[in-house]
Design a protein around this ligand. Structure first.
Ligand SMILES: Nc1ncnc2c1ncn2[C@@H]1O[C@H](COP(=O)(O)OP(=O)(O)O)[C@@H](O)[C@H]1O
Ligand SMILES: [Mg+2]
Length: 232
């Protein structure tokens, strides 16, 4: 059984007179409750793949089916609902709202899910406790370390209990210790039944991954092709 089926996925950007094929025919099947590490050199299409999968952008061509639902066919409202209910997205640069506290940042996505205010605060507090930040709920992002900010972002990604966690180089801006604690959190989510896709350059992530996907020039390549192309 497949949780995600990606077929002949293409994303082409027009840069002046030049076309950039960010994704050049990607096929991928992801079983439920797997942990995929997506690796590849800069510019190989990793972020583009994650963004399309997360419904943050639309493909030029091809199909994405998640949990039986064709994402490419959704209208704007349905796509917003998909992002809210199915996806938890974690960015390299945290993307927290600077004027809001940790608690308010985590509670923020629940506004759109029509959760009563008191319940939102309780849920946000519970998630911040889970990522080890129960004593930082009233801190603003600038009052937190990078590792703590990313833990807030992980808590925020989990607030609507998504089945699919997408993380784009979540440890890229963190020191080794903070990075390890974020990886540990992602591994826990996988153990708790979620499907996790992480773009990473960190070989330590492979210890948690059930699958490794190598990308090169907008395509998924085999381990052997990848090694041949990147060994120099
Ligand atoms: N918004 C955009 N406009 C034009 N080109 C883009 C855009 N986003 C990405 N690209 C190009 O698409 C390719 C893949 O980018 P990306 O998915 O960000 O790669 P990666 O995450 O693996 O570094 C790169 O050549 C990049 O320059
Ligand atoms: Mg990227």
């Amino acid at each position: 059984m497949s949780f995600i089926t990606i077929t002949n996925l293409r994303k082409t950007y027009q840069m002046g007179r030049q076309k950039v094929h960010a994704l050049d025919g990607v096929d991928l099947s992801v079983a439920p409750n797997t942990f995929h590490a997506v690796m590849g050199p800069s510019g190989s299409g990793k972020s583009t793949l994650l963004y399309l999968l997360g419904g943050l952008d639309r493909p030029t061509d091809g199909q994405i089916v998640v949990d039986g639902q064709s994402i490419s066919a959704l209208d704007e409202n349905a796509l917003a609902r998909y992002r809210r209910r199915t996806i938890g997205f974690i960015f390299q640069s945290f993307n927290l709202i600077p004027t809001l506290s940790a608690l308010e940042n985590v509670a923020f996505p629940m506004r759109f899910a029509r959760v009563p205010r008191r319940q939102r605060a309780l849920r946000a507090h519970e998630l911040l406790t889970r990522v080890g930040l129960a004593d930082r709920t009233h801190h603003k992002p600038t009052e937190l370390s990078g590792g703590q900010q990313q833990r807030v972002a992980v808590a925020r990604a989990l607030v609507n209990d998504p089945q699919l966690i997408l993380a784009d180089e979540p440890t890229g801006n963190l020191d080794t210790t903070s990075g390890a604690s974020i990886m540990q959190l992602l591994a826990e989510l996988h153990q708790n039944g979620r499907t996790v896709l992480v773009v990473t350059h960190d070989p330590r992530m492979s210890a948690y991954a059930t699958h490794t996907v190598h990308m090169l020039d907008g395509r998924i390549v085999s381990d052997a092709e990848y090694e041949a192309a990147t060994a120099f």
